[in-house]
Design a protein around this ligand. Structure first.
Ligand SMILES: NC(=O)c1ccc[n+]([C@@H]2O[C@H](COP(=O)([O-])OP(=O)(O)OC[C@H]3O[C@@H](n4cnc5c(N)ncnc54)[C@H](OP(=O)(O)O)[C@@H]3O)[C@@H](O)[C@H]2O)c1
Length: 267
């Protein structure tokens, strides 16, 4: 199809024949995105540390399509390379990489430990970089000028506005990931790979469970759209960014937050 022709609506979001990796796809936002990609027709690999979580996720997600789960501790460089090798064993072309696995550490300024920097930066910032490095040949093989390969980094609105909780290394890691997204987008665009980030607002997940149990109603009541995020919001943005519909975006940070950070007044 020539570039200036329009695509039938249904095909705009079709991911049939695409191969995707979603890190941290066994839970929360990663699982919401993996489900969306599967329903749009992609073959998906999900990954996280725990073998039992992987087995459970593969079981749950298999209802929606062809999914495989591979355990790996992505806070370690060698584990990122091992996962990349296993993903490449499934296909020499990777169409979609979702760097979603992440960790948060909340502790007051006075007692915030070294470990809270190392653990969070390793997983939230270095690991997406290591995976891009290891998977770049496969992404380059998949991308074309008309239909680039996609890297989707999961940032946070904690790097867009200032959250009330003490999350120094988390906010710093996500701000750095947003900028890394732009840096990589500029370099990889000419190689037919787009790089975008999603900055979620509050979504129910293991990471957010205690916050939302205590404050979920208050947060929802203050949000311009008067609710928390839900599964379809994340499935939708993943499919958009991964499909033909999203093929002309790169270097963007897309807030999916019900207006919480995007309309913050500062007072
Ligand atoms: N939920 C929100 O409101 C929200 C808002 C903004 C941004 N985010 C971002 O969204 C992403 C997903 O978070 P979530 O809220 O969905 O949390 P979650 O439910 O706790 O999911 C985190 C996922 O990452 C995996 N993971 C954790 N450490 C890992 C490691 N060392 N190696 C590999 N996988 C690891 C976890 O599985 P295992 O424990 O089995 O490893 C799990 O699958 C994170 O990057 C987070 O910062 C979330």
């Amino acid at each position: 199809m020539a570039d200036n022709q329009s695509t039938p609506h249904a095909d705009l979001f079709d991911l049939s024949g695409k191969y995707a990796l979603v890190t941290g796809g066994t839970s929360g936002i990663g699982m919401m995105m993996a489900r969306g990609l599967l329903q749009a027709g992609a073959r998906v690999v999900v990954s996280s540390r725990k073998a039992d979580a992987c087995a459970e996720a593969q079981h749950l997600l298999s209802e929606f399509g062809d999914v495989q789960a591979i355990p790996a501790d992505l806070s370690r460089h060698d584990e990122c390379r091992r996962l990349a090798d296993l993903v490449k064993a499934g296909s020499e072309r990777l169409d979609i990489l979702v760097n979603n696995a992440g960790a948060m550490w909340r502790e007051p300024l006075e007692t915030f430990p070294d470990e809270a920097w190392d653990a969070v930066i390793d997983l939230n910032l270095k690991s997406p970089f290591w995976l891009v490095q290891a998977l770049l040949p496969a992404l380059r093989r998949a991308g074309t000028a008309d239909d680039p390969a996609r890297i989707i980094n999961i940032g946070s609105i904690a790097a867009v506005h200032v959250a009330e909780s003490p999350n120094y290394s988390y906010a710093g890691s996500k701000a750095a990931l947003h900028q890394l997204t732009r840096v990589l987008a500029r370099e990889l665009g000419p190689q037919h790979v787009t790089v975008n980030a999603v900055a979620p607002g509050p979504f129910p997940s293991r990471m957010m469970a205690s916050t939302l149990d205590a404050l979920g109603d208050t947060i929802a009541a203050k949000a311009p759209l008067r609710r928390l995020g839900r599964d379809d919001d994340m499935a939708g943005i993943a499919v958009f960014l991964a499909s033909r519909a999203g093929s002309y975006l790169t270097g963007t940070i897309v807030p999916v937050d019900g207006g919480i950070a995007t309309t913050a007044s500062g007072t």
